[in-house]
Design a protein around this ligand. Sequence first.
Ligand SMILES: Nc1nc2c(c(=O)[nH]1)N[C@H]1C(S)=C(S)[C@@H](COP(=O)(O)O)O[C@H]1N2
Ligand SMILES: [Mo]
Length: 419
Amino acid sequence: MSRNTGDEKKTSNHVPRSALPTRRQFLTSGVSLLAMSASSTLFGAQDEETRAPIDPMRVPGLSPRPYGERSRFERQTRLVAGTFSTTPLQDLQGIMTPSALHFERHHNGVPTIDPTRHRLLIHGLIDRPMVFTVEELMRFPSTSRLAFLECSGNSRDGWGEAQDVTVQALHGLTSTSEWTGVKLSTLLDKVQKQRDATWMLAEGGDAAGLARSVPLTDDVLNNAIVCYGQNGEALRPEQGYPLRLLLPGFEGNINVKWLRRLKLGSAPFMTRWETATYTDLMPDGTAYQFSLVMDAKSVITKPSGQQQLQPGFYEIQGLAWSGRGRITSVEVTSDAGRTWQEARLQEPVLPTCHTRFRLPWRWDGRETIIQSRCTDETGYRQPTRDALINVRGVRSIYHYNAIQSWKIQRNGFVSNIYA
Ligand SMILES: Nc1nc2c(c(=O)[nH]1)N[C@H]1C(S)=C(S)[C@@H](COP(=O)(O)O)O[C@H]1N2
Ligand SMILES: [Mo]
């Protein structure tokens, strides 16, 4: 048994000594520490959820457990609204989204699929129609990459009146994961795709029966993955367990979850998911179809909507991403667009991936507007709201990527406005 070892350390603890049981009380109590823990002075008077030892150095910690959970002091969650749930962008660190906070969008619920009974059929304009089990797919050479996934309906409130809500509620239908699976091109080689196969129908095995036509461009053939892994483990059920199609940079909807069938053809299949919905109504009443790539967007996440500031130092932080490749620059204004400063891009900066940007800033207590605008490697720069609406009108639902403006009031309250 240790004698006084460690006591020196404890005297430097910030907890007032009077709040701690003495060593003597420990040794003479005759009660096990666990039994004591419920009522003793080792713990503060907090509620059950946040109860913790006043001095964790005086209480044995918890045992290892088979499957981990975050600290019970952490409370950030997805915001569930009907058939969506949004990622708490304001609380993320780095560029990854924890699987448990990855946004969700499902058109008829999350199916329960037994992976041993699941199959992927590939047929159509190929020489060898085949049916694969998940296990068989896992035996092909695997590939992994980080990629953002964004619902094209993300930020859709931007087409209407400015909503006084959080960045999560406005822009939280985007998340970044590491995705693992087998390259689509590997499978198409195996089944011997025919030369005139230029489109592919991808169909999900959920009750929505979602199906989309994928153009078999070089970009798609080089980058598409039939995924079974997410962030180092199996896909989450919400993300398409046991199989999903990943098309990096393409709108969320075409990243078909619970993937059960790929059919190759020589023209788009014109499903209702690319005719009745997921088209963009233009000012003249015509509709754009197959607007598949997500254009560059950025948003300041700290400070952001509904937060309360005090005058003083802040590091402005946010996320930027582009379906067309890497983010090359993010500029930030903290004076309503009069001057712009280059923000620092935090490594790693990866193609079709959330990229974190940062800029030191001092809020002087005056009313102002902060904004970010990003540029991607194609030279495309995120538009102002006016510029976007000039081209697109306001009849769209999808693909809103204009500059986000946060107004900071004199009292420090941050809200979404159109500048
Ligand atoms: N089978 C199937 N795939 C689907 C959907 C669906 O409802 N069913 N929703 C789509 C939509 S609209 C989006 S935005 C993304 C959302 O992916 P996530 O829930 O993994 O974030 O999945 C797409 N793939
Ligand atoms: Mo979506």
